[in-house]
Design a protein around this ligand. Structure first.
Ligand code: PLP
Length: 368
């Protein structure tokens, strides 16, 4: 088809100007581009271990029933999550990944020129969803430790701020934001502003640490916590994320849900994952131990790294980010560059992490 003719239709200006979301590159893309074999992908913060057998069995069993629509509100999953979290079922909603839930949140609250406030650098869908909703992005730089500067966020609040989003651990830097700080933010924001706490990676943070559901939901009615089964539970390809908040807020968010967005297989897999929480915890512990090993190896040779609490580490190499990522990719280690800022490397299997450590040894460490 000719690409020179005009594209039919008239997208909204917000959409026309929008860059497409760029996922992490696949190993096969790197292999084809560089003429190599055995590339590994450490670019999308995926869990390196295949899903638990019990989850695969549950999905397989559910496959026979896909001629029927699934439960629109995923009631059994919401009930199981609510039970697990110690909240009411009306406080929980689900979506197609937490990206889907975040999309619902933005489209519920943000329109023409409304301000959306978040730290930057952070998860790349926040600017995309803001622009898609025709909102106005207000971003605040991270602090010197590459964590969230809550005082700066509070100072940037205005009557036009409809949504504030904070990822903790932050993607891509991995740094945690305390619930004490988030509570200050929620109070300063007030009930006309929704404060989204994106805990996609919370399982990789210390188990005895802060917990936004326990510490914030119920106390601050404007706080919505989002979580996902994509990371710790290893169900990225299945798409199930969820939000926990005030029942009224959850009901508002749910009005814009795509009907049956959480499919039957995702619901079956999620129920099995929730039922096998102990095995998931063991897997998380393996990844956290590997993260410590990688961080120690890098620090020992002089790298400065922000304190990681997710299933990834971050090399703040500034302008060298793309060049470093390309060099690593040429030797088969696919990582995620953020142009001008740094390179994010997902923690993989021990063998994959060894590959990364061997590849990075050819590059001068960037310290402080
Ligand atoms: C901070 C953060 N939030 C949310 C997500 C969305 O994950 P999913 O849509 O798979 O639940 C990601 C994925 O990388 C993320 O990094």
């Amino acid at each position: 088809m000719s690409t020179t003719e005009r594209t039919p239709g008239r997208p909204r200006p917000a959409v026309a100007e929008l860059p497409a979301y760029r996922p992490g590159r696949d190993a096969s893309q790197a292999e084809a581009e560089h003429g190599i074999t055995n590339a590994i992908k450490l670019a999308s913060n995926e869990n390196p271990e295949p899903a638990l057998a019990a989850i695969v069995d549950a999905i397989s069993a559910a496959a026979a029933g896909v001629n029927r629509y699934a439960d629109h509100r995923a009631t059994p999953v919401r009930a199981a999550l609510a039970d697990h979290l110690g909240v009411d079922i009306e406080q929980v909603t689900v979506g197609s990944g937490s990206s889907g839930v975040l999309h619902q949140i933005f489209s519920t609250y943000v329109a023409d020129g409304d301000e959306v406030l978040f730290p930057w650098r952070s998860f790349e869908v926040y600017p995309i969803y803001t622009r898609l909703a025709a909102g106005r992005q207000v971003d605040v730089p991270l602090n010197d430790e590459l964590g969230v500067d809550v005082d700066a966020l509070i100072a940037a609040l205005t009557p036009a701020t409809k949504v504030v989003v904070v990822a903790t651990p932050n993607n891509p830097t991995g740094v945690l934001c305390s619930t004490a700080d988030l509570a200050r933010l929620a109070i300063a924001a007030g009930d006309d502003t929704i404060v989204v706490v994106d805990e996609a990676y919370r399982e990789f943070a210390p188990a005895d640490g802060d917990d936004a559901v326990r510490d914030l939901v119920g106390r601050y009615h404007n706080v919505v916590v989002t979580r996902t089964l994509s990371k710790a539970q290893g169900l990225a390809g299945l798409r199930l994320g969820y939000a926990i908040g005030h029942p009224g807020v959850i009901a508002d968010i749910d009005k814009g849900a795509v009907p049956f967005a959480v499919n039957a297989l995702a619901q079956a897999g999620a129920l099995a994952a929730i039922a096998h929480a102990d095995e998931i915890t063991e897997r998380v512990e393996r990844i956290v131990a590997e993260r410590s090993r990688v961080v120690e190896a890098l620090r020992a040779v002089g790298w400065w790294l922000p304190e990681p609490a997710g299933n990834f580490i971050y090399l703040p190499v500034g302008d060298g980010a793309v060049a470093l990522a390309v060099a690593l990719e040429k030797v088969g280690v696919v990582v995620r560059p953020f142009d001008g800022d740094g390179v994010r490397v997902t923690i993989g299997t021990p063998a994959e992490n060894d590959r990364f450590l061997a590849a990075i040894a050819d590059h001068a460490p960037v310290g402080r």
